[in-house]
Structures are given as structure tokens and as C-alpha cells.
Design a protein. Structure first.
Length: 256
């Protein structure tokens, strides 16, 4: 259910003040240390940022797409490292479950995701370049996964993964608990020091299907299309901050 206009304005103002008062002053420190301070993560959890896209029935804020986009716009005004801390959970880490998960999957994972207790990752790539269905070699058979995925953003810290796998003649999307047997992780070099990139390997690792067999690519593209909208609003927020900084510099600059 959409928020009333006053409540929405209060939410946006709260996020804006969090960005201005907490995030922006810490940008240099986060860039230098390649880590997010624990107290900042705790504030993100308190604000409910890990669950903005998850229904109130599962402990989230249950924002509409418009409201979520407005929140992400404000967060785009600071370093991407801050939104990346919870961005996967808000988007591709949770939306396959929100839109297509069964009740058991939702009940087990969505409350943990919304609170920040559980971190998810999106494991569909197998090698460099654009992800294409015909590239998928990892298999889902008899309730287990066999194969590997790389690169996987946040794979080193994730508690679960959403995995695209070959099942029979089609592709299915699967949910796997990364603490289960048969799974391993290998760190990969990355140009983005604020996020881990990992190779996830599975050898008979238990998993459950999200949605119907063979619907994996259809589900994955819907999740990614939704995420693309939010990324666009994040970039708009960054552009707005850049314009503001340029304006301030132009007004203060003394040429001679």
C-alpha cells in the first residue's frame, strides 16, 4: 500500500538527512579503507533500508516502486559504496523471492533479508561478458546444484544465492543456502574495492527452485528489469549531486 504524502515526505527527508549528515562526511574514509563502518550499517538497518522492497508481512517497509525510486535517488547523492551495502538485498537479492518465491521460501528468508540479518547475492554469470542463456552450464538436478558461477558480487559475504541453472532442456532459478554442504567460494580480483567478487562452486549442493521449471530466464529478466529502473534513479541522484557541487564551485571560485 502506498504511503500517504506526509509519511512519504518524512521518509524521504529522513533518508536525505542520513545521506547529508552520515554518508557524505564518510566518503573519503570509506574509499580509503574499502570498508563500511559497523555503526553506519546499524543505522541503515534501523532505518529499514535493507527491507524497503519487502512487504510489511515479512518485516519490510513495503514501499511502492515509486517510493523506492525516490529513496534510491537520495542515496545516489553519495558514494555508491553506501547503497551497495544493502542494494543487493533491496533488488536482485530479494525480488525473485518476493515476486516468485513460495511461502516456505518467503517465510524463511524475507524477514532475515529485511532486517539485514541475511545477505543475498545474484549468481547468474559464468565467465566474462554479457550473460546469455546459452552460456549456462551449471546444472540443477534432483534438488542439487553442480557447477560454478563467477563473478558474483558480494559472494564472499552472502548467506544465500539466487542461481540460474540448467534443468533438463530449460533454465531454472534456484535458491541455495551458502552454508549448505558441497559449496565453496574463491575470491576474485576486482576493480571495485568496496564490493567482493567471488567464484561460487557447487558440488551436489542442496537448493530449491524459485517458480516453475524452465521459467528461470523469464524470472531473471523481470528481476533485472526492475533493478535497472532503480540503478537509473541512483545515477540521477549522483548527477544531481555533481550538478550541485559544480554550481557551488562556480559561485565560490576566484579566477584572479
Amino acid at each position: 500500500m502506498a504511503l500517504d504524502l506526509d509519511t512519504r515526505a518524512q521518509l524521504i527527508d529522513t533518508v536525505r538527512r542520513f545521506v547529508e549528515d552520515v554518508c557524505i562526511p564518510l566518503e573519503a574514509k570509506v574509499s580509503q579503507t574499502n570498508s563500511m563502518p559497523d555503526d553506519v550499517v546499524a543505522q541503515m538497518k534501523e532505518l529499514g533500508l535493507f527491507g524497503i522492497s519487502i512487504s510489511e508481512d515479512y518485516g519490510g517497509l513495503g514501499l511502492t516502486m515509486e517510493e523506492e525510486a525516490l529513496v534510491v535517488f537520495e542515496l545516489g547523492r553519495t558514494s555508491p559504496a553506501f547503497r551497495s551495502t544493502f542494494g543487493t538485498n533491496v533488488g536482485i537479492g530479494s525480488q525473485a523471492l518476493v515476486m516468485f518465491g513460495n511461502e516456505d521460501q518467503k517465510t524463511e528468508w524475507l524477514p532475515k533479508i529485511a532486517s539485514g540479518e541475511a545477505i543475498g547475492c545474484w549468481a547468474i554469470n559464468e565467465g566474462r561478458g554479457r550473460m546469455q542463456p546459452e552460456k549456462v552450464a551449471l546444472t540443477f538436478d534432483g534438488g542439487t546444484l553442480t557447477g560454478s558461477k563467477a563473478p558474483v558480487a558480494d559472494g564472499a559475504i552472502a548467506d544465500f544465492a539466487i542461481v540460474l541453472a540448467k534443468e533438463g532442456s530449460g533454465l531454472s532459478l534456484c535458491l541455495v543456502d551458502l552454508s549448505g554442504k558441497g559449496g565453496s567460494r574463491k575470491d576474485l580480483d576486482s576493480v571495485d574495492p568496496t564490493r567482493s567478487h567471488t567464484e561460487l562452486s557447487f558440488d551436489g549442493t542442496p537448493a530449491t527452485r524459485i517458480g516453475s521449471a524452465g521459467d528461470g530466464w523469464h524470472i531473471a529478466t523481470q528481476v533485472m528489469d526492475r533493478a535497472a529502473i532503480l540503478i537509473g534513479f541512483e545515477q540521477l541522484g549522483g548527477a544531481d549531486r555533481a550538478l550541485e557541487m559544480g554550481r557551488d564551485y562556480a559561485l565560490e571560485r576566484m579566477a584572479f
